[in-house]
Design a binder for this molecule. Structure first.
Ligand code: MF3
Ligand code: CO
Ligand code: CO
Length: 254
């Protein structure tokens, strides 16, 4: 296995897949309110992806994952399985969407506050999103994966949060997860030098407490060992000749 350098045709299709994934996050926003269950959100996203977008929800049956989206609440770090629990005021939830359109994957996630949340939770969400963008801003030909990881880690840790190490960003295209692994920690100048035509995700998870995680008995849901709050944002990024293009940018970010 090696790292894919995408052709102009691949890139055109990845732009479409990325836009569709972003549009699912925009579509679901008004539904993410107190009292809704995460399996209701899953159903709405599933129907929108399949019927409106005529695309495929990539998580469904991926390595046995049972639902179409991931929903990770509060101390859940990632890969939460939608279920019958109602969201309540003060919760924070990550919704992670991956769609397949015309054979290509778009992968993106963001945090949703439920009603009014604490200033602590707000700050965690803000710093997590900023950490993602610190990583993205490094992206251009010649940058190393270590430069990206370092930028993310530095912003998180200088704000007294920890970075989860067990999960990373990843190359993406015709397959969901491919080389390279994009770590959210690292050393400047170390690791692979990236080049134009590569497409990968950056998706840092920041914890309010310690970085350590464990997997629940459902085999999927990662949670913080110390039950501290965790947040994550994710974008799919194309390396261009001069820098980067965010394939999953939402209107609120433009
Ligand atoms: N979307 C996740 C990622 O960012 C992967 C989810 S895998 C699943 O890589 F099986 F849990 F859906
Ligand atoms: Co991803
Ligand atoms: Co994802």
């Amino acid at each position: 296995m090696s790292i894919t350098i995408n052709t102009p045709d691949d890139i055109a299709k990845m732009r479409i897949a990325g836009r569709l994934a972003a549009e699912v996050l925009e579509m679901i926003e008004p539904h993410v309110v107190p009292g809704v269950t995460t399996e209701e959100l899953d159903q709405i996203c599933h129907d929108y992806i399949v019927n409106t977008q005529q695309a495929i929800p990539a998580p469904l049956n991926y390595r046995g994952f049972p639902k179409s989206i991931c929903t990770s609440i509060n101390y859940q770090v990632c890969h939460g399985i939608p279920g019958s629990k109602k969201l309540k005021k003060g919760d924070i939830v990550n919704i992670d969407i991956t769609v397949i359109k015309d054979g290509y994957h778009g992968d993106t996630s963001k945090m949703f506050p439920i009603g009014t949340i604490t200033p602590h939770a707000k700050r965690l969400i803000q710093i997590t999103q900023e950490s993602l963008f610190k990583g993205i801003e490094q992206v251009k030909p010649g940058t190393t994966l270590g430069d990206i990881g370092y930028a993310v880690q530095k912003h998180a840790e200088s704000n007294r949060y920890s970075i989860v190490r067990e999960f990373s960003g990843h190359g993406i295209g015709k397959t969901f997860h491919e080389e390279p692994h994009v770590l959210h920690f690292g050393k400047p100048g170390k690791g692979l030098a990236i080049d134009s035509g590569m497409i990968f995700t950056i998706e840092p998870m920041l914890n309010m407490g310690k970085r350590h995680v464990k997997i629940l008995s459902d085999g999927w849901t990662a949670v913080t060992k110390d039950r501290s709050l965790s947040a994550q944002f994710e974008h799919t990024i194309l390396v261009t000749d001069t820098g980067y293009e965010i394939l999953t940018l939402r209107q609120e970010e433009q």
